[in-house]
Design a protein around this ligand. Structure first.
Ligand code: GRG
Length: 280
């Protein structure tokens, strides 16, 4: 049975937004709340929470079980974008058609808001209405994916990646920089629904392959802005546009094969297709 991804996403995104909304009550000084909310409510697609919810539903759980990890992973994703846009990193003036956080509020508050968003993610997990062993599994998974062995390590590798980097190096960077957090979202969704170990392995493979496909598809979307031989390495540069599209399709197929036997895989299937066909 296929799924109306638009209707499904609107509903699940609304639940994620409702859980994000009350965060940061009691923040001091009160004016800092605006800085924290600015990057969280500016039109992000909420892909990572959707992957988490879809994973929980795929194994017979509920969307609500996966909201805390979905919110946590979105907080980590948002912090990473705020810090990635800083002058010391990508030095971007705009994101999602609006000034970046450091352009709107200054570099100092951009750094500090990223720090606070990251920290809040783990508070959300610790305080969630879920068994202690589930919360511990979420914290472990998210910490591993976000830190030096995951996204931060990938970003460090990216900084050291010259224009002539080979395919293996580019993949090693992207699996960590982009893929690790997406894989963690899927795995945390499975943990939320208390999936069995063999099912968790299937979700891990799906998350791994879709995390990779996400970045490959991103390179296709960015192909027009490719800065040529002097710019950063990309799959399009290494494999050409058609070769890059093929790589994304192959990774998606591996993801779909892994989750085919699950009881309710419809949302994961639809999200996998969207991941490589999306236009934003
Ligand atoms: C600063 C520690 C640190 C890490 C930054 C994720 C990242 C590492 C940098 C972002 C740079 C980038 C554009 C990576 C490509 C893939 C990616 C993460 C795209 C943005 O994710 P979307 O499309 O964003 O889910 P929205 O805007 O929908 O939330």
């Amino acid at each position: 049975m296929s799924l109306d991804l638009h209707a499904w996403s609107v509903d699940r995104r609304a639940r994620v937004d409702a859980a994000l909304e009350p965060l940061f009550g009691g923040v001091w000084p009160p004016s800092f709340v605006e800085v924290l909310r600015y990057p969280l409510f500016t039109g992000g697609k909420r892909m990572r929470p959707l992957y988490a919810v879809a994973a929980a539903e795929a194994v017979g759980g509920t969307a609500d079980q996966a909201i805390p990890p979905g919110v946590a992973v979105e907080l980590v994703h948002t912090y990473s974008l705020v810090h990635d846009d800083l002058p010391a990193m990508d030095d971007d003036d705009e994101r999602r058609g609006r000034p970046t956080v450091h352009k709107a509020f200054g570099e100092d508050l951009a750094i500090l808001s990223g720090d606070a968003l990251l920290t809040e993610a783990f508070a959300v997990l610790a305080r969630a209405d879920a068994p202690a062993e589930v919360r511990l599994g979420w914290v472990d998974t998210l910490a591993e994916a976000s830190g030096a062995r995951g996204m931060v390590g990938g970003q460090v590798g990216d900084i050291g990646c010259g224009p002539g980097a080979d395919l293996a190096t580019v993949e090693a960077v992207h699996v960590r920089k982009t893929g690790a957090l997406i894989r963690a979202a899927v795995v945390m969704g499975g943990l939320a629904a208390r999936a069995e170990l063999d099912v968790m392995a299937r979700l891990g493979t799906y998350g791994d392959r879709i995390g990779f496909a996400f970045q490959v598809a991103d390179d296709v979307l960015d192909a027009d802005e490719d800065a040529g031989a002097e710019g950063p390495p990309s799959y399009v540069k290494l494999l050409g546009l058609e070769g890059t599209r093929k790589l994304a399709r192959e990774a998606m197929q591996e993801a779909l094969d892994a989750i085919a036997p699950l009881p309710r895989p419809e949302a994961l299937i639809a999200l996998a297709r969207y991941t490589i066909d999306r236009e934003v």
